[in-house]
Ligand binder design. Structure first.
Ligand code: TYM
Length: 336
């Protein structure tokens, strides 16, 4: 009989720059909901961050700011384990084992590497290439069963599933690693750039007008939404009329997600309105939701010691689980 695996949630966010609305709606809001019903482990993935060069002083600051962001959005370190990746050595150890499980052909299919490495692949770090193996290690080190992520991480999750399966097969350890399930928001799996509705909202996009940062002021939000790209048509009545209108679709989706309603209801309430009018409602909704989070981030950032202490407590708890699981993994692999 197959033993049943305990349900564990794991997810991570890179400490590179400010958290933005994409991180919030696509991932962190879901982290907060899940901590009410499951055992959750949330990680500031600093080892992932250094796959492209980070100035040490900036990285240090960003790790604490991302931790502040987690707490400000509602993650509670009494309910969830919150820590930074580099403080638990098991992540790197298991990543090496997975480097030896994953196949080069699998890595070559990863679209995010191609996007991030761009034209100059030869000059990308080796870390960026094997990054998805580290991500699989993050998840499987805790035998996590559920992984809340935005849609852009789906392919990496599929790889983590393949690695878990291959490890279990290669080492005759049926069911040792669970096959982790992605939990992707149905309503808004990908928040798009405010400047280009075909590109995802991202920290690396040059223009700050492309994204809403969680620490933006009310004024910033108003300005960015006012400048957000739309088209000349009013808000349609039917969902199908949003096809081929990526910017309109994105803004209406953001509004629906922030106000916790369906896109159908938003269209019902707003159809016929000009975008300039709708943008006022969108700004108001964003300001009401995001500015209190931003204020909390600013307050928490003032208390560096509190943030360091929170991470340390989390990493002690994570280390305990990781230590026992690494012991079992090393035993399975044949290490002494
Ligand atoms: P990262 O740091 O790029 O993003 C953190 C989370 O935010 C989601 N996200 C978005 N969701 C919707 N729309 C967007 N525009 C948007 N931008 C970002 C991401 O999907 C992600 O869920 N490789 C991961 C971090 C990671 C991880 C892990 C995640 C490392 N190890 C293990 C899950 C499990 C990343 O770079 O996310």
């Amino acid at each position: 009989m197959k033993k049943t695996l305990k349900e564990v949630v794991f997810s991570g966010v890179q400490p590179t720059g400010n958290l933005h609305l994409g991180n919030y709606l696509g991932a962190i809001k879901n982290f907060v909901d899940l901590q009410k019903k499951m055992e959750c482990i949330y990680c500031v993935v600093d080892l992932h961050a250094i796959t492209s060069f980070q100035k040490p002083s900036e990285l240090n600051k960003s790790i604490l700011e991302t931790t502040a962001g987690f707490i400000a959005c509602g993650l509670d370190f009494k309910k969830s384990i919150i820590f930074n990746q580099s403080s638990v050595s098991g992540h790197s150890e298991l990543a090496w084992i997975f480097n030896c499980v994953a196949r080069v052909g699998w890595m070559n299919r990863m679209t995010q590497f191609k996007e991030k490495a761009g034209q100059n692949k030869e000059n990308a770090s080796v870390g960026l290439y094997v990054y998805p193996n580290l991500m699989a290690a993050d998840i499987l080190l805790y035998k996590a069963t559920h992984v809340p992520v935005g849609d852009d991480q789906k392919q990496h999750l599929e790889l983590a599933r393949d690695i878990a399966q291959k490890f279990n097969n290669d080492f005759n350890s049926d069911n040792f690693f669970p096959i982790p399930k992605p939990l992707i928001q149905k309503k808004i799996s990908r928040v798009m750039s405010l400047r280009d509705g075909k590109k995802k909202m991202s920290k690396s996009e040059e223009s700050d007008y492309s994204r809403i940062n969680l620490n933006d002021t009310a004024d910033d939000i108003k300005k960015k939404i006012k400048k957000a790209k739309t088209d000349s048509l009013p808000i349609p009545e039917k969902l199908e009329d949003l096809k081929n209108r990526p910017e309109a679709n994105n803004l209406l989706n953001i509004y629906s997600s922030i106000t916790n309603s369906s896109l159908e209801k938003t269209l019902n309430d707003m159809n016929g309105k000009e975008f300039s009018k709708f943008k006022d409602s969108l700004s108001d909704a964003l300001i009401a939701e995001i500015c209190p989070v931003g204020k909390k981030i600013k307050d928490l950032n003032k208390d560096k010691n509190y943030l360091i202490k929170t991470l340390k407590e989390g990493s002690d708890k994570a280390s305990k689980i990781s230590h026992e699981n690494m012991r079992q993994i090393k035993n399975i692999v044949g290490f002494i």
